[in-house]
Design a protein around this ligand. Structure first.
Ligand code: UDP
Length: 323
C-alpha cells in the first residue's frame, strides 16, 4: 500500500515507518519538524515538511504520492502542557485533524489509522480497561484525542471514511535506529536512563502513597515495535474490508510500578540511579492497565516483548548508540 504517516519524524512515527517499509508498503512522511527530527525520517520513505493546518499541501501530497491510506500520528501529547495551553491542543489535535480529513475527502483516501490514547478514559472505572468503559478525560490532551475519535465515527457514517483508532497505553523501548528523543523529556523510562548516565542528577518519583502494592503508580508498558506492528495490521485489515474499530493497545497483565521500572533500569544498566520522592503529578491515575483482548481477537495481534527488561534494554541500547 501507499501510506502517508503524519508525525513520521517523531518517536513512534519513525518506528511505524520502519515496520511499514519492512512489510513492503511505500511511505511518505508528512511532518512539520516542530517536534520531530529530519534525521529520524527512515531511509526509504519520502518526506514532505508541512503543517497539518495546510489542507492544500496535504491534499497535494496525497494526490501526488497516490496515497491509499493515512496513519495519523502528528499531535501534541503532553498532559501537563495541555492543561496550561488548551488552545494549542484544540488547534493542533482537533483543527489539524479535521484539516487532514478534508484533504483525505478531496483526494478520496478512505482509510485512516489514528493514534489515540488511554487518556481518553480519564480516571478509569475499573481495571483492566476495556474499550466500552466510560470516556471522561481529565485534561485537554485526552479530550482533544477523544473529540477527533468521535468525529471519525460520524465521518465514517456520512463519507465512508474507514478508520481504526488505537488507544495507546505507555509506549516505550526503541529499535536500533529509532527511539525516544523528546525535548523536554517527561517520560519515565528515558528519564531514568538519563539519571543512570548522570545526565540527570536523580529521578523524582511522583507520589508514593497511591493505593498500589508499593505505593507508586502502575502503568502498562508496551514495546514500540509491538505498537507499530498493530498499525500495520490495522491498515491491512481496513484495506481487506474490516469495518471501523477502536482498540486498546497495551500488554495487559499486572503492569509495572514506577519503583519496578527504576529497579529494572538499575539491573539492565548496572548503574546506580539516585531517586528522590516528590509530590503526585496532577491528573495521574493510580493504575492504567489495558485489556487488549479486542485487538487480539479481531486483528490477531499480540505483543512479543512483554517483559519490562527487554523494553528497557532496547531503550538503553538506543541511548548508548546515540551518545
Ligand atoms: N513518573 C515519575 N517521575 C517522572 C516521570 C514519570 O514518577 O519523572 C511517573 C508518572 O507519574 C507515571 C509514570 O511514571 O505514573 C509514567 O509516566 P510517563 O510520563 O512516562 O507516562 P504517562 O503514564 O504519563 O503516559
Amino acid at each position: 500500500m501507499k501510506v502517508m504517516v503524519t508525525g513520521g519524524a517523531g518517536y513512534i512515527g519513525s518506528v511505524v515507518t520502519e515496520e511499514l517499509l519492512r512489510g513492503g508498503d511505500e511511505v511518505v512522511v508528512y511532518d512539520s519538524l516542530y517536534k520531530g527530527h529530519r534525521e529520524a525520517v527512515v531511509e526509504g520513505a519520502s518526506f514532505v515538511k508541512g503543517d497539518l493546518l495546510d489542507t492544500e499541501l496535504l491534499r497535494g501530497t496525497l494526490i501526488q504520492h497516490k496515497v491509499e491510506a493515512v496513519v495519523h500520528m502528528a499531535a501534541d501529547s503532553l498532559v501537563g502542557e495541555s492543561v496550561k495551553a488548551p488552545a494549542k491542543y484544540y488547534r493542533n489535535n482537533v483543527l489539524g485533524g479535521l484539516s487532514l480529513l478534508d484533504a483525505m475527502r478531496e483526494a478520496e483516501v478512505k482509510y485512516l489509522v489514528f493514534s489515540s490514547t488511554a487518556a481518553v478514559y480519564g480516571e478509569p472505572a475499573k481495571q483492566p480497561i476495556e474499550e466500552s468503559d466510560p470516556t471522561q478525560p481529565t485534561n485537554p490532551y485526552g479530550e482533544t484525542k477523544l473529540a477527533f475519535e468521535r468525529a471519525l465515527r460520524w465521518y465514517d457514517g456520512a463519507y465512508g471514511l474507514r478508520f481504526v483508532s488505537l488507544r495507546y497505553f505507555n509506549a516505550a523501548g526503541a529499535t536500533e535506529r529509532c527511539g525516544e528523543r523528546h525535548s523536554p523529556e517527561t517520560h519515565l523510562i528515558p528519564l531514568v536512563l538519563q539519571a543512570a548516565v548522570g545526565q540527570l542528577p536523580e529521578v523524582t518519583v511522583f507520589g508514593d502513597d497511591y493505593p498500589t502494592p508499593d505505593g507508586t503508580c502502575v502503568r502498562d508498558y508496551i514495546h514500540v515495535v509491538d505498537l507499530a506492528q498493530a498499525h500495520v495490521r490495522a491498515l491491512h485489515a481496513l484495506a481487506e474490508g474490516h469495518e471501523s474499530a477502536i482498540y486498546n493497545l497495551g500488554c495487559g497483565g499486572e503492569g509495572y510500578s514506577v519503583k519496578q521500572v527504576i529497579d529494572c533500569a538499575r539491573r539492565v544498566t548496572g548503574r546506580d540511579i539516585p531517586v528522590r520522592k516528590g509530590p503526585r503529578r496532577p491528573g495521574d491515575p493510580a493504575v492504567l492497565i489495558a485489556s487488549s483482548a479486542r485487538i487480539m481477537r479481531e486483528l490477531g495481534w499480540s505483543p512479543t516483548h512483554q517483559k519490562l527488561d527487554a523494553i528497557v534494554e532496547s531503550a538503553w541500547r538506543f541511548m548508548q548508540n546515540k551518545r
